[in-house]
Design a protein around this ligand. Structure first.
Ligand code: C2E
Ligand code: CA
Ligand code: CA
Length: 683
């Protein structure tokens, strides 16, 4: 199937070429027609007038003959002989009574209506020539080709008939007709051979007509051809504009879409491998903001030319918009291609002496293209757009970070894409049919092993995929916005569970629920949460809200506002993943938080890491001084528990005590109230 660019390209090509071709063809047909009609008219005119005058002569001869018979004057025959023309006398049955000269009638006869004569005249064709036909309409019809041959031939009757040549001038030619005149009341007929004298004037007139017409038609044809050529040149220019990129003064994306795709379809195969690359100038937007769009575009132009220099004749480049360049590269093997791209990128990184730029490349292999069902695509059906999207997807998998990188589009990426599609397709139905489960991970006091709280963690119990951990779908929901509904779902279920357990007389502890940062910007978030918890009839102190550390950077004011409102309603608020990435010390200063959750990262790796211990100990002290409780996440070993107990850490949430578990198991933990031993495999 042709892509959009290809279609437009073809349209431009067709529009101009076709108008010229159609014009030219129409005119050629019209010109040929005009020429034929003009020649036919002229020929008929000549024939008509010649035959009329010939008929007049034969009529005179027949009268002479008749008068000779009546008067018995034999001299009349000598007079007729002096005419130098063949003639014969027949009776009504056509038998020859008298002949003077050779009878060359073909035997075929017809009637014609001569101009100026009322009645039809009987004519015979001549065996030697046949370009005049007595037509059915009673007119003489001219066979143009035969006529032209006759006009141009040197063959003259005089060559065959020396007598005639002697008597007449060189231009006397026998017409291919015998004209019949009735005499003696229709009992006898005078049949005379017509003689056509092509005078110099006739030939000149004919030649002038033909030459004139040809010149005229030639001029018109030349004009049309000129216009066609002009159109063709204009079209070439338009097409080149079609492929021009105004920013880099190179080629654009359409060029790849049309020419690139054609080239791939022709040349890409197992021996001749091509890769499609989406190469992004990462700093383009920032550079434009800091300098100007014009300067940004100048850099793009330089990048374009620098890449162009690195390509061989089989390869192509096009600027695909903003900082993105599309490349079609020839490659032998993946490793060599990666090395080559690394070389190009490292050169581009230094294209500006004052700035360090970054470039990210995504690569899709055209020779390995597959369709949606995973079947390999034939090269004749290769589609640049699809390959380019794959290359972009590969590039985007690098993340938007400020660094250079190369990613190849492979099966993993396809699977990720498929997974993304499946999740998005099913998310709504999964929520409606309550496929999402709430798991609880208890939090214990390391000093007393008492149950002090829990975190609600989502699981997706999918009939198709089994029990899916949140890492596989939460990031997708965060991107597509579905996370808001998930957060609501979790709060409602946790509130309902807590209420149920409370009613059962269980000793409930606060359960924290994760609220995504995407959700946190909503100004009435606190009200929404309050309403949901109240609907379940759950005391507010049994619900805690966990905010992830990175969310604190979005809109500080709104954040503080929401936290204050939540606290006002009596909910505890915690900062999740403290110390996991961004420095959040500053946020602690302004945020009136209740709980600090130390990121699990602190407890990975070496158990007796002295420096790590110092950081953790100081974080605990900091939290205490700020009047916050502290939870250590991801604690798996006894030494860490002992250390945290010694440092007065309030709670531990980790596999050492318990893994996240279904609500029914968590009920048992509540009933026990404290943990005696290391946790067993619960989930
Ligand atoms: P998180 O909020 O930091 O949750 C803690 C994660 O650490 C949980 O993973 C938990 O199972 C895991 N964990 C706890 N103790 C240990 C340990 O000792 N060792 C190890 N290796 N892991 C431990 P999980 O349940 O897979 O959740 C992953 C992330 O998914 C959560 O990180 C949270 O960011 C997100 N998430 C989970 N449930 C929800 C939810 O209901 N709403 C939102 N918005 N996000 C959620
Ligand atoms: Ca959490
Ligand atoms: Ca956490």
């Amino acid at each position: 199937m042709a892509n959009k660019g290809e279609k437009k390209y073809r349209k431009i090509r067709k529009a101009h070429i076709w108008s010229s071709i159609v014009e030219f063809l129409l005119f050629t047909v019209a010109a040929t027609f005009i020429l034929i009609v003009a020649l036919a008219y002229f020929g008929s005119y000549v024939i008509d007038t010649k035959i009329a005058s010939e008929y007049e002569k034969i009529l005179t001869m027949s009268r002479l003959y008749e008068s000779g018979i009546e008067s018995g004057d034999r001299n009349i025959y000598n007079l007729l002989k002096a005419e130098g023309r063949d003639y014969l006398i027949t009776d009504a049955q056509g038998s020859i009574l008298y002949a003077d000269g050779t009878d060359t009638r073909s035997g075929e006869s017809g009637t014609v209506l001569l101009p100026g004569y009322d009645e039809e005249i009987l004519v015979y064709r001549d065996v030697s020539r046949s370009f005049i036909y007595p037509g059915e309409s009673g007119r003489l019809t001219l066979d143009l080709a035969g006529f032209a041959r006759w006009m141009s031939s040197d063959e003259d009757e005089e060559d065959k008939d020396p007598e005639l040549a002697l008597e007449s001038n060189r231009n006397l030619i026998n017409l291919p007709l015998w004209l019949v005149v009735e005499i003696d009341g229709g009992r006898q007929f005078f049949v005379g051979k017509a003689i056509f004298s092509t005078g110099r004037r006739d030939v000149m007139m004919f030649t002038a007509l033909v030459v004139g017409l040809i010149i005229l038609l030639g001029i018109i044809m030349f004009t049309i051809l000129g216009a066609g050529i002009k159109n063709f040149i204009r079209q070439r220019r338009m097409l080149s504009l079609f492929f021009d990129d105004v920013v880099t003064e190179g080629r654009n994306r359409t060029y790849l879409l049309v020419k690139g795709e054609r080239m791939l379809r022709r040349k890409c195969n197992g021996n001749n491998r091509f890769a499609i690359v989406s190469l992004l100038f990462v700093n383009y937007n920032t550079f434009c903001i800091c300098h100007s769009v014009q300067q940004g575009n100048q850099v793009l132009g330089r990048i374009y030319r620098a890449i162009e220099k690195k390509l061989d004749r089989r390869e192509m480049i096009g600027h695909c918009g903003a900082g993105d360049f599309g490349l079609i590269l020839h490659y032998e093997d993946e490793r060599a291609l990666r090395i080559r791209l690394e070389g190009i990128i490292s050169e581009l990184e230094q294209i500006d002496s004052e700035h360090k730029f970054f470039f990210q490349a995504g690569v899709a292999f055209a020779d390995r293209a597959t369709d949606e069902e995973g079947r390999s695509v034939r090269s004749s059906e290769l589609d640049f757009d699809t390959e380019y999207s794959d290359a972009m997807a590969a590039r985007m998998s690098l993340g938007g970070g400020d660094e250079s990188g190369i990613a190849f589009f492979d099966d993993k990426l396809i699977k990720e894409q498929q997974w993304l599609d499946q999740v998005q397709e099913r998310q709504r139905a999964a929520l409606d049919s309550e496929e999402f489960l709430v798991y609880y991970q208890p939090k214990y006091d390391p000093r007393t092993s008492e149950l002090r709280g829990a975190e609600a963690l989502i699981r997706w119990n999918s009939p198709e995929f089994g029990l899916v951990p949140p890492g596989k779908f939460i990031p997708i929901f965060e991107k597509n916005g579905f996370i808001t509904e998930i957060d609501h779902y979790m709060i409602r279920h946790v509130a309902a569970d807590q209420k149920k357990w409370l009613d059962q007389g269980l000793k409930c502890v606060p359960v924290s629920v994760n609220v995504s940062r995407a959700h946190f910007i909503e100004s009435d978030l606190a009200e929404q949460i309050c309403r949901m918890v109240d609907q379940a009839g759950t005391p507010h102190e049994l619900i805690e809200i966990e905010l992830t550390e990175s969310a604190f950077f979005d809109d500080k004011k709104a954040m503080i506002n929401t936290i204050n409102k939540l606290k006002g309603y009596g909910f505890a608020v915690s900062m999740d993943d403290f110390g996991s990435g961004y420095s959040s010390l500053n946020s602690l200063k302004d945020m009136p938080l209740d709980v600090l959750k130390l990121d699990a990262e602190f407890f990975r790796g070496e158990t007796s890491d002295r420096r790590g211990e110092i950081v953790v100990a100081e974080a605990i002290k900091l939290a205490k001084n700020l009047n916050m409780r502290i939870v250590a996440e991801g604690v798996e070993v006894k030494e860490q528990v002992d250390f945290l107990a010694a440092e007065d850490c309030d709670m531990i949430q980790g596999y050492y005590f318990a893994k996240p578990m279904p609500g029914s198991d968590y009920e048992e933990k509540m009933k026990a109230g404290r943990s005696e031993k290391p946790a067993e495999e619960d989930s």
